[in-house]
Design a protein around this ligand. Structure first.
Ligand SMILES: Nc1nc2c(c(=O)[nH]1)N[C@H]1C(S)=C(S)[C@@H](COP(=O)(O)OP(=O)(O)OC[C@H]3O[C@@H](n4cnc5c(=O)[nH]c(N)nc54)[C@H](O)[C@@H]3O)O[C@H]1N2
Ligand SMILES: Nc1nc2c(c(=O)[nH]1)N[C@H]1C(S)=C(S)[C@@H](COP(=O)(O)OP(=O)(O)OC[C@H]3O[C@@H](n4cnc5c(=O)[nH]c(N)nc54)[C@H](O)[C@@H]3O)O[C@H]1N2
Ligand code: SF4
Ligand SMILES: [Mo]
Length: 695
């Protein structure tokens, strides 16, 4: 008789929630995926996507064997081969290139899994050992991360569980219902207890629709709104003078900077009503300072995907210190909790394997230019090999035509480790089968709560799939690299992942954590305000309105409004391309993951473009008709969804579709640009102008 076994797993996806999962296994098959009820932040609830995780794992299209390309690059025609053939060929090709110039070998990976073991552990050691190019992993959060580092000293902020107790919550550039479900649960609880919810988002997302007020801001202009709020707080003396004096740096400069950002001036930039800006600033200041109520800001990454993205995050992050919101556990600001986790990158990645070499760095957000030797990469060493794992650059990287052209180069040797034959896999010389989270061991570092999450292998690897780590271990052997650390087991790596000398991870023992599935960091839990008495992890210990680091570099130390490249209301491009376009996460996909899971794609429908009835009317576009969206970089065909949920002048393309599952084989990144943010070297996905016409 068979007995069911419950396995503790952790959701691997790039989502702030990092849910605890219980997998029921019968006769070696995962028959049920459910949330773990005892996990405090996620409480037994999984999102619609990961409820379908088994459908993804047992999907008939899983890549199960090593596949060798037989067609032209991009055609996606492969034949089955053996691991021995694949490893022999890859070892020979990489050894040859490395002997000439290892800079010509480029790793490309991101957060397909947030597991620290299947992410940058053995892979990083391998690339360090051969001296390959380094990858600047900027595609998601580096502008915001840089902003937090400059302002708070690290990616730290409120405890998500405290949002339930806030009385005013600003949901600023976050569609929490889609992409931060368990935060949303707390927000709803707060709403039931009388909290006021305000969304700041260019379109009426599912989340914005459920808030009391929605301010539909022009994309890329958040810094102007934040500075106008600061203007009002200073003008009306809605300030916590004690907190400012004791725990911040640079107030006088900030107040002066905010002088010119009157609500009327910010209204011209943001497209909001001056009266609404006054209302928001006054509400925020009055509640925090006069009524001593907890006021919280949940910012997410939406606002940092335009040219001035880092400055926008810096300006917003100044608000809670000005009004003393940090004094209360349910007050303050949250963008990321990454900085609470003492990940031991040195132990995981072993930079000493570089042995004094200093490889060049490739910014993943401009992989198109890097592979075509354009712009900043005109004089760079040509790319001769790319090893892709945990990412789908042909679908997710900006200015996709260039990315595809780069990957189509016949003289680039391309290896892709994948679960599925993605848009990127179509360009692989070798497409190699990778295990999913149900098939390997890992440990996950979340960015939305404060629990280390362990993951057990619930089932045996499907087909001939291997964990990423195993691929790199075996490749190292084939290449004659005999460093012992290139053979560390996944369990050993999971133990090395956190610095146990750091107080936050003291007592971390992977073997113990894996028994329960999680361990809370040693940081105060419950009703504690982390920065009530200052103690920010900056060098000064204060919240830095004026950054000492930027000042030392001779740069403007204060946040300012940095106009978008394209999406500004006064953009010169507006004459030819009157519409700004954003392509935020679709609720039923996770970036480009899950697009090929039929049940989820069916809920999402077809690739669509939301546009305001007036914008549609001007162009003779009807709801449900096919439209062509275009700019100088490319074009894409989408189905029009005519709705006042889109702001006038802003079109919305929920993303990220697989190109090959879209009507014309293209997705939103055909339109996006490779221009980078003010700080953090990040992409500007939501700083894009287009025109739309009936197809
Ligand atoms: N369902 C689902 N969940 C996801 C993802 C997914 O693809 N699908 N992706 C995951 C990943 S990788 C990440 S990084 C996070 C992303 O997390 P978030 O950045 O929170 O993404 P969204 O939840 O879409 O929220 C972004 C919101 O910002 C809005 N926005 C766009 N431009 C601007 C702007 O200039 N200013 C302001 N104020 N708002 C703007 C968008 O319309 C959108 O509603 O979500 C993660 N979770
Ligand atoms: N237009 C537009 N473009 C965007 C965004 C947007 O909002 N709009 N968002 C951006 C953001 S925030 C991000 S984070 C990036 C995301 O970009 P990516 O990090 O590339 O994320 P995914 O598209 O989910 O692709 C991850 C791939 O990794 C694979 N994978 C998962 N686990 C494993 C594993 O264990 N081993 C191996 N070998 N493979 C694995 C999955 O099958 C999947 O194909 O996209 C960015 N691109
Ligand atoms: S994608 Fe996010 S909400 Fe869904 S199960 Fe994973 S961590 Fe939880
Ligand atoms: Mo992301």
């Amino acid at each position: 008789m068979s007995t069911d076994r419950i396995v503790h797993a952790a959701c691997p996806h790039d989502c702030p929630d990092s849910c605890a999962i219980e997998v029921t296994v019968r006769d070696g098959v995962a028959i049920k995926i459910a949330g773990a009820a005892a996990h405090p932040p996620t409480g037994g609830v999984l999102c619609a996507k990961v409820n379908k995780y088994a459908e993804r794992v047992y999907h008939p299209d899983r890549v199960l064997y090593p596949m060798r390309r037989v067609g032209k690059k991009g055609e996606g025609r492969f034949e089955r081969a053996t691991w021995d053939e694949a490893l022999t060929d890859i070892a020979a090709r990489l050894s040859d290139i490395a002997a000439r110039d290892p800079n010509r070998i480029v790793p490309y990976s991101y957060a397909g899994t947030m597991g620290l073991v299947q992410g940058e552990s053995i892979a990083a050691r391998f690339f360090n050992r051969i001296g390959a190019s380094r990858l600047d992993r900027t595609i998601c959060a580096s502008a915001g991360a840089e902003a937090l580092r400059l302002t708070f000293g690290a990616g730290v902020g409120m405890d998500m569980e405290q949002f339930a107790n806030a009385k005013l919550i600003l949901l600023w550039g976050t569609n929490a219902i889609a992409s931060n479900l368990h935060l949303w649960t707390r927000v709803q609880q707060a709403k039931r207890d009388g909290a006021t919810l305000v969304a700041i988002d260019p379109y009426a997302s599912d989340t914005a629709q459920k808030c009391h007020r929605h301010l539909a801001i022009q994309p890329g202009t958040d810094a102007a709104l934040a500075l106008a709020m600061i203007h009002v707080l200073v003008r009306d003396d809605l300030l916590d003078h004690d907190y400012i004096a004791q725990h911040t740096i640079g107030f006088d400069g900030l107040a002066e900077r905010a002088q010119k950002y009157t609500p009327a001036y910010a209204a011209e930039i943001t497209g909001l009503d001056a009266a609404d800006i006054e209302w928001l600033a006054t509400l925020y200041g009055e509640m925090a300072v006069r009524q001593q109520q907890p006021v919280a800001i949940r910012a997410n990454y939406g606002m940092q995907r335009a040219r001035g993205g880092a400055n926008a995050v810096r300006a917003v992050a100044c608000l809670p210190a000005l009004v003393g919101a940090w004094r209360r556990p349910a007050g303050g600001f949250l963008l990321s909790t990454s900085g609470w986790f003492p990940v031991d990158r040195v132990a995981l990645e072993r930079p000493e394997l570089l042995a004094g070499r200093t490889p060049r760095t490739v910014n993943m957000s401009v992989i198109g230019d890097a592979m075509l030797n354009l712009n900043d990469y005109a004089d760079a060493p040509p790319v001769e090999a790319v090893i892709v794992y945990n990412s789908n650059p042909v679908a997710v990287a900006p200015e996709s035509a260039k990315v595809a052209q780069g990957f189509a180069r016949e003289d680039v040797f391309t290896v892709v480790l994948e679960h599925f034959q993605t848009d990127t896999a179509d360009y692989a010389d070798w497409l190699l089968p990778a295990t999913t989270q149900l098939e390997h061991v890992d440990v996950v570092k979340p960015y939305g709560h404060a629990y280390i999450m362990s993951n057990e292998a619930a089932i045996a690897p499907m087909g001939e799939c291997k964990p990423n780590t195993q691929f790199f271990r075996e490749l190292a052997v084939r290449m004659g690299l005999d460093d012992a650390c290139l053979q560390d087991s996944d369990e050993v790596l999971a133990q090395q992942a956190f610095n146990t000398r750091h107080p936050h991870a003291q007592g971390y023992v992977f073997e113990d954590v894996r028994k329960q599935g999680w361990m809370r960091l040693n940081i105060p839990a419950g009703d504690v305000a982390p920065f009530a008495n200052g103690g920010f992890p900056t060098a000064s210990g204060r919240c830095e309105f004026a950054s000492t680091e930027l000042a030392a570099r001779g740069q403007d130390p204060l946040p300012d409004y940095v106009p978008p490249y394209e999406s500004g209301l006064d953009s010169p491009l507006a004459a030819r391309f009157p519409l700004s376009m954003i392509s935020p996460p679709a609720r039923n996909f996770l970036n480009s993951t899950f697009v090929n899971v039929t049940s989820l794609r069916n809920i999402e429908g077809v690739p669509a473009l939301w546009l305001h009835p007036e914008d549609a009317g001007l162009r003779g576009i009807e709801d449900g008709s096919q439209v062509r969206v275009f700019n100088d970089r490319g074009s894409q065909q989408l189905q029009a969804r005519v709705t006042a949920r889109a702001r006038r002048g802003v079109v919305v393309a929920p993303s990220i579709w697989w190109k090959k599952l879209s009507p014309d084989g293209r997705n939103a990144n055909e339109l996006t640009s490779q221009a980078l943010t003010d700080l953090g070297r990040a992409p500007t996905f939501y700083d894009t102008r287009v025109e739309v016409e009936a197809a």
